[in-house]
Structure formats: structure tokens, C-alpha cells
Design a protein. Structure first.
Length: 235
């Protein structure tokens, strides 16, 4: 939802509780620009008030609703790390995960926010082991790891396609070690087998082939060895 041009504030003589209620009413009415101003004003004036945790939590969500994901992540982080005993601390940690995941770009671009997604979700799993939010956090970790693996496979394939086999081997081997569960592993093993073959490392090529056949026997890449296509490519 877009932020309106005219932004209001609570009356100057409002008490902290009244400022919170005013801002909460705007949030509930989806007047997020007003809510943001109101919550920020409250937190500036009364950072230790009893409503501050809820105010910061709703402020972060208001940022999310207006696609200000980095600001949302910062507010969620402040709440989760400075108030770990707050009833909404685990929700805030998950909010940080969601904010960074929203910022995660396509695999062609830098993956800093993808890595931050993993780090923030991992913190939720480690610091809030009894939270009922762990399932979503783990799902985001898995999706982010798949994305990082795809990014690394893309770089390795760039070298492989240009016949710079030694460099492609480095990226492919690193990917298999770091992301053994990634969907791209069978295709990476297939290309790695050929890359080792092209540089004359037959023992390494055979080991990679065996790993592919053992771990992913039903994959198209494993079945391709049955027709001799990969061996022919390596000769």
C-alpha cells in the first residue's frame, strides 16, 4: 500500500498510552504512514514505556506493509536483540527473516540479503528453540540455501562453459561441500565429472561419477551415464 502525502501525528498533549492507541488505530485502519510517524514519535519520546515493545513491533510491520523492508528489518532486529525476553521477541526475529528474504534479489545479483536471511533465521532456531515459528524459519533457511547454491552453480558454469575447467572445479567442489542438499547438485556433479575428465584427472572424475550414481541414481544426470554421453564428452 502506498504512503499518503498528508501525514498526521497524535495531539501534542497526548499521554504515551494515548499516543500508542492513536498509532495503533491508524495501523489497524491501514493508514501506515500515519502509524509509522506515530510509533516513531512515541519511541523517541518514551523509549522505555510499557507499550514500546508493541510499538516497535507494529512499526516494523508498518514498514513491511509499505515495502520499506530494510527499515523493517532494522526495527525487528532492535526488538529481537535488545529485548530477548519480550513476548514478541521470536516474532520479531522471524520478521527480520521475512524482511531480508523480501530484499533477496535474483541469483544473478549479490546475495548479501540472502545470507542475512539465513543468519537471522538461524538465530531464531538457536535462541528461541521452543518457538512455534521454527517451521517457517527453517523453510526460509532451506530456500535461501537453495538460492546460494544456484548462485554458486551459475558462477561455476560460467567458467565451465568457457572451458576454464580448473576454476569451474573449485566452484563446483565448494558447492557440493557447502550445499549437499541443493537441487542443483546432480547437474553440478555431472559437469564436475566432465571438468575433471577434461583436465586429465580420471581418478577424481571416476569418484565424482560414483557419487552421482550412488546419491542420485534416478536423476537424469545419472541416467545419462547409461548411454555413454558423459564419458564421450570427457574423451
Amino acid at each position: 500500500m502506498s504512503v499518503g502525502c498528508s501525514v498526521a501525528l497524535p495531539p501534542q498533549d497526548s499521554t504515551p498510552t494515548q499516543r500508542y492507541e492513536w498509532s495503533r488505530d491508524r495501523y489497524d485502519a491501514e493508514k501506515f504512514a500515519d502509524a509509522i510517524r506515530g510509533f516513531r514519535d512515541l519511541l523517541f519520546r518514551e523509549p522505555l514505556h510499557a507499550t514500546s515493545d508493541s510499538a516497535r513491533f507494529l512499526l516494523a510491520h508498518a514498514y513491511l506493509q509499505t515495502n520499506q523492508n530494510l527499515l523493517a528489518a532494522n526495527e525487528f532486529r532492535m526488538l529481537a536483540t535488545s529485548r530477548p525476553n519480550s513476548p514478541v521477541a521470536d516474532d520479531a526475529q522471524l520478521g527480520m527473516c521475512r524482511s531480508y528474504w523480501q530484499l533477496s534479489p535474483s541469483i544473478a545479483r549479490d546475495q548479501e540479503f540472502t545470507q542475512r536471511t539465513i543468519e537471522s533465521c538461524t538465530r531464531l532456531v538457536e535462541f528461541f528453540p521452543r518457538s512455534d515459528l521454527l517451521s517457517e524459519a527453517r523453510t526460509m533457511i532451506q530456500a535461501a540455501r537453495q538460492k546460494l547454491a544456484a548462485k554458486q552453480a551459475r558462477v561455476g558454469s560460467w567458467y565451465y562453459e568457457r572451458k576454464i575447467y580448473e576454476s569451474s572445479i573449485i566452484y563446483f567442489e565448494s558447492l557440493i561441500q557447502e550445499y549437499p542438499e541443493a537441487d542443483v547438485v546432480p547437474s553440478v556433479l555431472y559437469s564436475l565429472h566432465d571438468a575433471y575428465s577434461q583436465v586429465g584427472f580420471r581418478a577424481e572424475a571416476d569418484a565424482v561419477k560414483q557419487q552421482l550414481l550412488t546419491r542420485f541414481p534416478e536423476s537424469p544426470e545419472a541416467r545419462a551415464f547409461g548411454d555413454g554421453s558423459s564419458d564421450a564428452a570427457g574423451e
